[in-house]
Design a protein around this ligand. Structure first.
Ligand SMILES: Cc1ncc(COP(=O)(O)O)c(C=O)c1O
Length: 358
C-alpha cells in the first residue's frame, strides 16, 4: 500500500474496496467543517451559468477577496487552485534558480522544472532562521526564493516581520520571494504572519493563497496570486484566461464573504489542537512538532513497525501521509490532518491499539 501523496481517495478506495466517502482521509489537510453551506448554495444558485464561458476577469470574486484581505482588486489574480498560482508565478518570473526550503511541497520543484529553472534545495534548519541559511547561499539577480508559511509538512511558521527580512534580503540581491500562504486562513491571527499587504509596496514579493484547504473544495479548485498590479497586468497576458470555472468563482465569492464559517473553523481548530497537544503531544514514542495550523507532523520511534501500522490503519479505512518522498525525511515521519473530534479519536485509538499489540 503506497501512501506517498496526500488526498488520493480514489486510489485508496480501489486498494481497500472501501467507498471513498467512508474513508477517513487524514492525508489531505481539508477543513472538516467545509465546504461552507454558503458556497454550496452559491453553486446551486448559479448552476445555469455553466452554459456560458466563465467571467475571465473574475470581477465579483476578486471583489470578495479584496474585501476579505483588504487588498485592491488589481493585486489579485484568481487561479485554478494554488498550484496554478505557483506555476503561473514561476513561468512568468523565469528565474535562473529557484531556492526551496526542504522538506517542501513537491509542486515548487515541479513548477521550476517545467520552466527549466535550476533548483537549489536548502535544508530547513531547526532554528528556522531562513535568512541565515540564505546568507550562506549564492542567491543571485533574477532568482526566486520560495517560502511556505506555514510550512508544509513541518508546520513551521514565520511572523510577517521575519518574512519581511527575507523580502529585504531578496531586494538587496535583485531576487524575488514567492510566499505560499495556502494554510494561513486557519489562523485567527493570520495578519501577524501574512505579507499580503506588502504586494502593493514592493514588486519583490508574490503571495499564493488557496481556497482548497480552508473551504474544503479540492475537487472544485480555487486559489489566487497576489502581486503588484503591474505584475498582475503582465502575467494576465500570458495565462489561460479560462482556467477558473464559473462555479468555482461563485463558490469562492460566497466563501470569502462568509465570516461565520471562518469563526467556526477557528473555534473548532482551537479545541481540537488542544486535544491533539494533550494526546499525541504527550507521547514518548513520537517526536512532536507542535502544529501551527490544521495538520500534525511527527516522527515515530524506531521500534514502531511502519508498514504494520499503515496496514492496520488501512484496515480501518484510515489514511495518513507518510513523508518518505520528501527530501530529508523518511517514512518514520508522518503528517496527518486534524479532523472532527470523533475522527481524531479514531486515529489516536488505532495508534494506541497498534502500540498495545506490539
Ligand atoms: C503548501 C501547499 N501549497 C499549495 C497547495 C496546492 O493547493 P491547491 O489545491 O489550492 O492547488 C498545497 C496542496 O497540498 C500545499 O500543501
Amino acid at each position: 500500500m503506497t501512501h506517498g501523496h496526500g488526498g488520493r481517495v480514489y486510489e485508496y478506495a480501489e486498494q481497500t474496496g472501501v467507498a471513498p466517502h467512508e474513508l477517513l482521509d487524514f492525508s489531505a489537510n481539508m477543513n472538516p467543517l467545509g465546504p461552507p453551506a454558503t458556497a454550496l448554495a452559491a453553486i446551486s444558485e448559479h448552476l445555469a451559468e455553466i452554459r456560458h464561458y466563465p467571467d475571465a476577469r473574475h470581477l465579483e470574486v476578486r471583489e470578495a477577496i479584496g474585501e476579505r484581505f483588504g487588498l485592491p482588486t488589481d493585486c489579485i489574480m484568481c487561479t485554478n487552485g494554488a498550484a496554478e498560482a505557483i506555476d503561473i508565478a514561476i513561468r512568468h518570473l523565469r528565474p535562473g534558480t529557484v531556492w526551496i526550503f526542504e522538506p517542501a511541497f513537491a509542486e515548487y520543484a515541479q513548477a521550476a522544472a517545467r520552466s527549466h529553472c535550476h533548483i537549489e534545495r536548502l535544508p530547513l534548519a531547526e532554528n528556522l532562521n531562513v535568512c541565515e541559511a540564505l546568507c550562506a547561499a549564492s542567491v543571485r539577480e533574477g532568482d526566486v526564493i520560495v517560502l511556505n508559511n506555514p510550512h508544509n509538512p513541518t508546520g513551521a511558521i514565520w511572523t510577517a516581520r521575519q518574512v519581511a527580512l527575507v523580502i529585504s534580503f531578496a531586494t538587496e540581491r535583485h531576487a524575488k520571494v514567492l510566499v505560499d500562504e495556502s494554510f494561513l486562513d486557519f489562523r485567527p491571527d493570520e495578519e501577524s504572519y501574512s505579507v499580503l499587504s506588502q504586494v502593493i509596496m514592493t514588486k519583490d514579493v508574490l503571495v499564493v493563497r488557496s481556497a482548497t484547504k480552508i473551504y474544503a473544495i479540492p475537487g472544485l479548485r480555487f486559489g489566487f496570486l497576489a502581486a503588484h498590479p503591474s505584475f498582475i497586468h503582465e502575467i494576465a497576458k500570458h495565462r489561460d484566461p479560462w482556467s477558473v470555472n464559473q462555479l468555482a468563482q461563485r463558490a469562492a465569492q460566497a466563501a470569502y464573504r462568509d465570516r461565520g464559517f471562518l469563526d467556526a473553523t477557528h473555534a473548532w481548530l482551537a479545541t481540537e489542537s488542544a486535544w491533539v497537544h494533550a494526546t499525541w503531544g504527550k507521547r514518548q514514542d513520537v517526536v512532536w512538532y507542535p502544529p501551527s495550523v490544521n495538520y500534525v507532523f511527527c516522527q515515530l520511534a524506531d521500534d514502531i513497525p511502519i508498514s504494520a501500522m499503515l496496514q492496520s490503519f488501512a484496515d480501518r479505512g484510515i489514511f495518513v501521509r507518510t513523508c518518505g518522498n520528501y527530501h530529508g525525511l523518511s517514512d518514520r515521519h508522518i503528517r496527518f490532518a486534524i479532523r472532527l473530534h470523533a475522527d481524531n479519536e479514531r486515529l489516536y485509538d488505532a495508534f494506541c491499539a497498534l502500540i498495545a499489540s506490539l
